[in-house]
Design a protein around this ligand. Structure first.
Ligand code: UFG
Length: 405
């Protein structure tokens, strides 16, 4: 398998750290870019860490050049469905606008491969198991931001990315030797590059034809030659869950809003946990989700990167287990594994939630040879319990160190 230099945005997050770790273990060179806004720490894995935002174009351009990046795994995003209903602009700004900047910088620097973490939240209305072609009518602003980015990436792959390369990137549009092209590239500062880029977006054909001396036919033939020059793999994750406790990787959201870690902590500490909605059209009235082990999700990235590079094709894959569990079923299973009853508080529905999200994953299985090997509910929950217990032990240890000091 060929080795790549990969930028993982959001690589200090829960899924991002697993993905970055999987890439590093597969022998790829990994650079993590993460703002750490939710209080997470850089993961202790074999990767370079840079604190910052993918919206910061000069920073990203610098990383692309310095690390010779050829692939971006874009996981940086706000993820909480309920919060997106209350504060949609925050989500459009962080999830969509920042990605526009990232894609612009990718185009300017000729970085041609992207793996994007989308979500099953793009589907709707969710009746029955969901395959990739199911109608996309997201029920929340979060889902709409994910769908908007999917569209942007697809549009870039179909056209603009190529035109930007041929007409805007100084290394490609002057027809001189690579050394003099490089020199000219260095002469343009970021502001100038940005201006050329924006001109190009406004009037791509005119700029290409007039400024780079290219005819319409030239452009069309170049577009054919470089068709699909932006390769993408879009993953629609279902509910990522579980942990890799031995590697010190797991869920550490601040504040935590996800069902499984909240339940484990509540059971551990004899606190109550809320069930949001008991009147959904499901057998027990609570929401059904498809929980997939986070390490299975990470593994799909390794397989997809190899497939995308070998075949030069772009694809969208669901990542789930094809099995759904209700909130009440998760509670029952955790009570058995932890040998303790949970204290439950029945609450109204949470805004943005849908009754049932369960994947069809035939495409990932058949195309990538992917399987959710570690995603039995028991394994997911056992790993999550071990992770939460380790965190509690760590806290106790540091507390006792502080007392003895
Ligand atoms: N739930 C409760 N009580 C809680 C927390 C959650 O009843 O305290 C319920 C929710 O209402 C939902 C289910 O448990 O029905 C799962 O909720 P999570 O918050 O764990 O996960 P979500 O399905 O809301 O969202 C997660 C990610 C999204 C991703 C989505 C895919 O946060 O980014 O999975 O389904 F898009």
């Amino acid at each position: 398998m060929e080795k790549y230099s990969i930028l993982v945005t959001g690589g200090a997050g829960y899924i991002g750290s697993h993905v970055a770790n999987a890439f590093a273990k597969a022998g790829h060179r990994v650079t993590i870019l993460d703002t750490l806004v939710y209080g997470q720490q850089p993961p202790r894995i074999n990767a370079k860490f840079i604190k910052g935002s993918c919206a910061n174009s000069p920073l990203v351009e610098n990383i692309f050049k310095k690390e010779n990046i050829d692939t971006v795994a874009h996981l940086a995003a706000f993820i909480e469905v309920g919060e997106s209903v209350k504060n949609p602009l925050k989500f459009y700004d962080n999830n969509v606008s920042a990605t526009v900047n990232l894609l612009k910088t990718m185009a300017l620097c000729n970085v041609k491969n992207i793996l994007f973490s989308s979500s099953c939240a793009v589907y709707g209305p969710p009746q029955g198991p969901l395959c990739e072609t199911h109608a996309k009518i997201p029920a929340s602003p979060y889902g709409r931001t994910k769908l908007a980015v999917e569209w942007m990436i697809k549009d870039m792959a179909n056209g603009i990315f190529n035109i930007v390369q041929s007409s805007c990137h100084p290394r490609l549009d002057l027809g001189s030797s690579s050394t003099s092209q490089e020199k000219l590239s260095l002469k343009l500062n970021n502001k100038q590059k940005e201006k050329v880029f924006l001109d190009c977006l406004r009037e791509p054909r005119l700029i290409s034809g007039s400024k780079a001396g290219m005819t319409k036919e030239n452009i069309e033939s170049e577009k054919k030659l470089t068709k699909n020059s932006l390769n993408y793999t879009i993953f629609r994750y279902f509910n990522a869950a579980g942990a890799t406790p031995k590697q010190g990787l797991g869920e550490k959201h601040v504040p935590e809003t996800h069902l499984i870690p909240l339940l484990i902590r509540a059971i551990q500490n004899n606190k109550s946990v809320k069930i949001f909605g008991t009147n959904y059209k499901t057998p027990d009235g609570t929401c059904i989700r498809d929980y997939v082990h986070v390490s299975d999700i990470a593994n799909a990235h390794i397989l997809a990167l190899d497939f995308m590079q070998r075949t030069g094709t772009s694809n969208i894959f669901n990542l789930g287990t094809e099995k759904g569990f209700s909130v009440k079923e998760i509670i029952n299973e955790l009570e058995i594994l932890m040998n303790k009853k949970a204290l439950i508080k029945l609450c109204p529905r949470r805004a943005g939630d849908v009754s049932k999200l369960v994947a069809v994953t035939t495409k990932a299985k058949e195309t990538l040879g992917w399987n959710a090997h570690r995603s039995s509910l028991k394994e997911i929950l056992s790993d999550a319990i071990e992770w939460e217990q380790n965190k509690t032990l760590e806290k106790l240890k540091s507390l006792s160190r502080a007392i003895h000091f």
